[in-house]
Every structure is written in C-alpha cells, then in structure tokens.
Design a protein around this ligand. Structure first.
Ligand code: DOR
Length: 434
C-alpha cells in the first residue's frame, strides 16, 4: 500500500527540465508536490523519507524487451524474480516477451502473465503478444483478443516473421487495432546454423557465422511493408551498422518506424567469443567494432529510440553447454543503466534517461503511467540514481534466478539507490523491499 513519501535533496530530471527539488507522494501513489524544501511537518506521522542527495531523481525506467520465462521455464526466471531484478535496475515497467512455453499467443496466457506481475507487485508487468500462433510463423494469432486486454506490442521475438504476406496482414491488423508490430529481424535461411557474427573472428574460431545481411534484409523488408500498410513497426535489438543506416534513412523519408538497441550491442564485440564462453552467445550476435560504433551513433542522434535490455535468463546448466549447443541470451535488467552511463559517457544524463524511460514508454503506449514527466498529479513511478557510485557486477548477488551475465567482475559507474512503483518503494538503498 502506498503511504506518504518524500524524496529529498535530489536533482529531478525529466523530459521537461532539470531542477533541484524534493518530491512528495500522497497516499494514493500520486505525486502531490515537486518543489524545493518540502516540509514533512504538515504530513501524516507515517511519512517515509528517501534520501536523494547527490542523486538524480528520474522517471522509472521502461524495458521494451524482457524475457520473464513464465510460463514454462520457471527454472530460469519467474515473473516475480524478473520483476525484482527489474526493480533493482530502476525499472517500473517491463514488456515481457512471448517466447514462453506455451507462448503468449492467446488472451488466457496474457492474463496469466499479467496476473503474476500484479501478484509480484515489484514492477508494472506488461506483455507482448505473439504475432503468429505458437510463434510458428504460419497463421496470425488472435491479435484482437490480446489487444482487448491491453496488449500494445506484438512480436514473435526469438524469431522474425519470415513470410511477407503474413507480415503484411499482421501490419494491417496492427494498424486497425492501433498497436505496434515489433520485429526480431532475422532471415532464417541466412542465419541457419550460425552461432556468432559472421566475419574474421568466426573464421578464426571455426564457429559458423550469422551475416549482418540476415538482419538487414528484414529491416529493409519491414520498412517497405510499413510504408505499404501505414502501420508502425518497431525494430528490436538492432545490431549492425547497415540496420542503423536503413532506419535512419527510413525515418528521414517519414516512415513510421522506431528502433531499440541493447547495452551488450553497444558495449561488446564478436572478439569476446574468442573465449568460446557461451555467456557471449546472444541473438542477434555480438558484431564488429564498426557496428558497435554505428549503434552508439544511432543512440546519440536519435535514430535508435530506446535502449532495451533483451534480458534473457538461462540456467547455468544450459549456459555451460558447448558454444554451438548453448542457448543465446544474457541478463540485462540490473546492468543496463550503469552500462549506458558508463559507455555513453558523451551523452547528457537526461538523454540517457530518455532512451531508457520516456521514449520506450511512448513506444509501448505506457506514457500515461510511466516515463514522466514528474509533476503533481502523475503516478509516482520513479527511480533515484547515484550517477557516480561505482559497483562491481556480481552474478551471485543478482535478483534474477539466473546468473548468465557476461559482465561479471566489471566495475561500473551509476547505481540505482531507490525505485518507487505507484508510490511504493520497491528498492530502498540498493535493497529490494520484497
Ligand atoms: O539472445 C537471445 N535470447 N535472443 C533472442 O532473440 C531470444 C532470447 C531468449 O529468449 O533467450
């Protein structure tokens, strides 16, 4: 239950301004005051105070791309453990991907995941529905019945929709339903048998590669289909310079496209795979240095709208299989903000928060509750960040049920001190509250 709360002494940053201010939250979980030196004397005796001195107070982060693994793979993550990891990472909302078992391709499974999110109460869990039945790419899933439950994003993530005609139909329905089609851009026939980026490193390591073109051809195709249908398309986890260039050109030409990139794709290169450690196996694969530079440039100039985690928990047992047999994916929720602050150091903090909060909130249709602005009357979904605090990534201390982070031992700058969800602290002084 929300009680009265004051967040004191921070620098409030949102899409409207940057100012020193305290924030008072009322018992209904909404912001009641944003001003200097809020006096708690006039408030109820149970008022809680969160110290934000030296910190930035920002709208809660919003992840467009989280794998929560429930239903079906609770040994790797549950809605509850994933929600806790999200809260620890400063997130107040996540969009759960549909590649569960069974997949999220019906209203019943949507309801199940939404209910588990409400029961966990650590993050506002939203759901992306599958575009096709069973994510098999053969027939359209019942988009309308899922949209009726509030689903605003549809994707077959884990694979792309290969059939052009089917994708066109999905976009036509998407437009009519006022939802966004999100695409995992990968042409299966080109990616077939590949386990890492195709290039000098894959040749040297003897690991079959996935060419950049496997992604870029589908980006180009969906830009064309978006133009044909007038439907908005969101490109997930872009990884190549060619994709960034294609999205830049499409936006310049007025296409209704948006895009996301992950922290690992702006931080790591395919050279990491030289250890043959499956912790570096991910899909799309880690690419070359020019690709990493292009992703960073795309984030800086607005071509890429959002940083999304692609938080992909896997059990240790599966991640310890040989490189060609291990599943792709890495944890992301607890390290995304620090990697962004660390790696995108040329960008102002407000731009980084925009990429992590209000811009993804707009894409997911969540701006009514998430992503700010932080002003009177708005739901108190926010986090308090110490941008200078350094910490060491320790998988054993992760709130996720899994441990598969390639950043273990890395010293990062920027830590979430407190997270507040609809007025209720989910994290206080770097500790989860539930
Ligand atoms: O690396 C990945 N892992 N990429 C995907 O598209 C799916 C994800 C998963 O579900 O593990």
């Amino acid at each position: 239950m929300a009680g009265e709360l004051v967040i004191r002494g921070g620098r409030v940053i949102d899409q409207t301004a940057e100012r020193r201010a305290d924030i008072a939250v009322g018992p209904d979980g909404r912001i009641v005051d944003v001003s200097g030196g809020i006096d708690t004397a006039g408030m109820g005796s149970g008022v809680a105070v969160l110290d934000a001195s030296g910190c930035a107070v920002v709208p809660g982060l919003v992840d467009l791309h989280t794998h929560l693994r429930e239903p079906g793979h609770e040994e790797a993550e549950t809605v509850e453990t994933g929600s806790r990891a999200a809260a620890m990472g400063g997130y107040t909302a996540v969009v759960a991907m549909p590649n569960t078992d069974p997949p999220v391709d019906s209203a019943a499974v949507v309801r199940q995941v939404l209910d588990a999110g409400i029961a966990a109460g650590l993050c506002d869990v939203h759901v992306a529905g599958a575009i096709t039945v069973g994510r098999r790419g053969e027939g359209l899933a019942p988009l309308g019945e899922m949209a009726a439950l509030g689903v605003r994003l549809f994707t077959d993530d884990g694979s792309g929709v290969q059939d052009e005609r089917l994708m066109r139909r999905a976009m036509e329905y998407g437009r009519a339903l006022d939802v966004v089609l999100a695409q995992h851009c990968e042409v299966d026939s080109l990616a077939y048998g590949g386990h890492m980026n195709e290039g000098a490193w894959s040749s040297r390591l003897g690991i079959p590669g996935i060419p950049a073109e496997a992604e870029e051809l589908m980006v180009a195709r969906d830009v064309a289909l978006s133009r044909l249908t007038g439907a908005p398309v969101h490109f997930q986890h872009l990884s190549t310079a060619g994709s960034v260039g294609a999205v830049r050109a499409a936006k310049a030409a007025g296409a209704a496209v948006t895009a996301e990139a992950t922290p690992h794709h702006f931080t790591l290169t395919d050279e990491c795979c030289s250890s043959y450690d499956p912790l570096f196996k991910v899909n799309p694969p880690l690419r070359g240095k020019p690709d990493v530079a292009a992703i960073r440039e795309g984030l800086a100039d607005g071509t890429i709208d959002a940083i999304a985690t692609d938080h992909a928990p896997h059990t240790q047992e599966r991640k310890e299989l040989p490189f060609d047999q291990a599943p792709p994916g890495m944890l992301g929720l607890e390290t995304a903000l620090a990697l962004a602050i660390d790696q995108l150091a040329d960008l102002p903090l407000s731009q980084i928060i925009g990429l992590l909060s209000w811009r993804p909130a707009a894409i997911a249709g969540l701006s009514g509750a998430h992503g700010g602005p932080l002003r009177e009357g708005r739901p108190a979904n926010l986090c308090v960040i110490d941008p200078e605090m350094t910490w060491t990534v320790d998988p054993a201390r992760s709130s996720s049920r899994s441990r598969n982070t390639p950043f273990a031992g890395r010293v990062l700058r920027g830590k979430v001190r407190h997270t507040v969800l609809f007025g209720v602290p989910t994290v206080i002084d770097c500790e989860a509250q539930r």
